[in-house]
Write a protein that binds this ligand. Structure first.
Ligand code: NAD
Length: 276
């Protein structure tokens, strides 16, 4: 059997590089796309050194021309795309409030960098919505064309458990991931007649470069927010990137051939727990 071609965006990053390596071990040909070309090339090199088949390709998920160029490279080297994992995403500090709740005194707080809801910069909000939502839509427009009418194709988006219930301080990121979950269902229905399944992962808290300073102090202790998360996570720990592998392999494979339009929480029970 010909090995399938999987394209992952944001795969120079922590979570999707782990998924890229796991898919390569299963025999997929893996195209590692990232805005940071060196990171993409490094991940591809590591996969090839382990005996897998991979290429690192520059792509900006916010620029269609760059994605079309990346697709051409993938098609030339590997053939047409079977699986797309939309992994590029993240938050922006300008879309984040300093505190979880507003109190009256906040309106007169002149501390440098202190931000209430009223200070949120539309540019930070727009950046976050673009990266997570448009950054999922554009690669899908470009790569899913290869999948129409072909058997065994699927798309996996990366939402977040903050899409079910928003997290404090990050309204833009929570809203943008809710849009990704909603879009996953929309696309699943839209593509249902042409053989493309569309699902999403909703990871809970994974300690990565994006959130390390929010969740841990310089000496590695938990911040107040880090502690609150662990208290609210029935399994009592952060996730490890490897915790996403099993669900990813399942949703990319024929083992899930009647599954489309689902968003799977991988969060140690966080989204199931009311706190009481
Ligand atoms: P990461 O920052 O390690 O990886 C993100 C990658 O995306 C980076 O390599 C970055 O260069 C790339 N990227 C950024 N902008 C891009 C663009 N315009 N075009 C192409 N690539 C771009 O982050 P991560 O923790 O591995 O997150 C991966 C996904 O998982 C993201 O969608 C994130 O929102 C989501 N997620 C993460 C967590 C967590 O706890 N880390 C939880 C829930 C969801």
């Amino acid at each position: 059997m010909m090995s399938k071609v999987v394209v992952l965006t944001g795969a120079g990053g922590v979570l999707c590089s782990t998924l890229a390596k796991a898919l390569a071990r299963e025999g997929y040909k893996v195209a590692v796309l990232d805005l940071r070309l060196e990171s993409a090339l490094k991940v591809a090199d590591e996969i090839n050194a382990e005996g897998g088949i991979s290429i690192g390709v520059y792509a900006n998920v916010l620029e269609k021309d760059s994605l079309i160029q990346a697709k051409k490279e993938v098609n030339d080297r590997f053939g047409s795309c079977d699986i797309l994992i939309n992994g590029a995403g993240g938050n922006h500090p300008l879309g984040t409030t300093s505190n979880p709740h507003l109190v009256e005194e906040d309106l007169t707080n002149k501390t440098d960098g202190f931000k209430t809801f009223f200070d949120l910069d539309p540019e930070g909000i727009k950046f976050t919505f673009d990266l997570n939502f448009i950054g999922t839509l554009l690669p899908t427009q470009v790569f899913a064309k290869d999948m129409v009418g072909k058997k065994g194709c699927s798309i996996l988006n990366i939402s977040s458990m903050n899409a079910f219930t928003p997290l404090t301080k990050i309204p833009a990121y929570s809203g943008a991931k809710a849009a990704v979950s909603n879009f996953t269902q929309w696309l699943a229905v839209h593509f249902s007649k042409v053989g493309i399944r569309v699902n999403a992962l909703a990871p809970g808290f994974f300690l990565t470069d994006q959130n390390r300073t929010l969740l841990t102090t310089e000496n590695g202790d938990l911040t107040q927010r880090g502690n609150t998360i662990i208290e609210q996570t029935p399994m009592g720990k952060f996730g490890e990137p490897e915790d996403l592998i099993g669900t990813t392999l399942w949703l990319c494979s024929e083992g899930s051939s009647f599954v489309t339009g689902i968003v799977v929480p991988i969060d140690g029970g966080f989204s199931a727990f009311s706190g009481v």
